[in-house]
Design a protein around this ligand. Structure first.
Ligand SMILES: [Zn+2]
Length: 261
């Protein structure tokens, strides 16, 4: 009996170690958190593949977005002297979609631990950010192929950045020192354009913001401002990814200087 209990304990400990191995999380010193739910390529032991559930079922990864998030973090540290907070899924999206509610995210109880590890890491970082800084911002890093050469903004039409809009107004989202203002100044194609108000319903259909920004955005009592960034495929291709990361870090650093300090 004791031997059985011991074995159970070991198995449980092993399982939780494995699930946290499938999520890379790091604390930071900057009031910025980067999350990347869809770039992972790793198998999840004991978890079978997802079956179609919910709307717009996708099981392919957002290629390169895990590397992109890490490269943005490295460059932010170089530019500002401070590292952002980071949560990156290493599990493949065909097993777990961390940007979905649990009911749609996976189809097998064996996947729950890794899914929970991802969101526990985000929740933990958010609590830390709220305790340490008056203002903080979450950027959820994604990739899309519908607008191959463009970067798309998703805030659920201003809802997930409600607090930021209330204190700083539209310039924080569409002005010259906003992230998308900087992208536009660097020559990136952006969707939507900066001429519309952040609360106009002009964010691209299907890219206006998923579960992560909806769950953690500032329209929630315990949330922080949250924005989804969807990078076109061409901007994540091969050597181009490094440049995209550098430019994105510059854009976020400018936003930090103007709106988070
Ligand atoms: Zn995605």
């Amino acid at each position: 009996m004791i031997r059985l209990l011991l074995m159970l304990l070991l198995v449980t400990a092993g399982a939780s170690a494995r699930s946290s191995d499938l999520v890379d999380a790091a604390g930071g010193e900057l009031p910025v958190i980067l999350t990347a739910p869809h770039g992972g390529l790793e198998n999840v032991p004991g978890c079978s593949e997802r079956h179609p559930a919910g709307t717009r079922f996708v099981n392919r990864p957002d290629a390169g977005t895990d590397r992109l998030a890490r490269a943005i973090a490295d460059e932010l540290k170089r530019l500002t002297g401070r590292a952002p907070y980071l949560v990156i899924a290493r599990f493949h999206r065909k097993y777990i979609d961390a940007n979905r509610r649990a009911e749609e995210a996976y189809g097998d109880p064996g996947c729950a631990a890794a899914y929970e590890a991802y969101h526990a890491a985000v929740r933990g970082h958010l609590a830390g950010l709220r305790a340490k800084f008056p203002h903080a911002m979450l950027f959820d890093i994604h990739g899309q192929t519908a607008f191959r050469d463009s970067i798309l903004r998703g805030t659920r039409h201003g809802s997930t950045v409600q607090a930021l809009l209330a204190r700083a107004g539209a310039p924080a989202i569409t002005g010259p020192d906003s992230v998308f203002g900087r992208f536009a100044a660097m020559g990136y194609k952006i969707v939507p354009g900066n001429e519309d108000a952040p609360t106009d319903r002009v964010e691209a259909k299907n890219y206006a913001g998923g579960h992560t920004v909806d769950l953690y955005g500032s329209h929630r009592a315990q949330g922080i401002d949250a924005m989804q960034l969807e990078f076109g495929r061409d901007l994540r291709d091969g050597a181009r990814l490094e440049q995209t990361a550098k430019d994105t870090a510059q854009a976020i650093a400018a936003f930090y200087e103007r709106f988070l300090k």
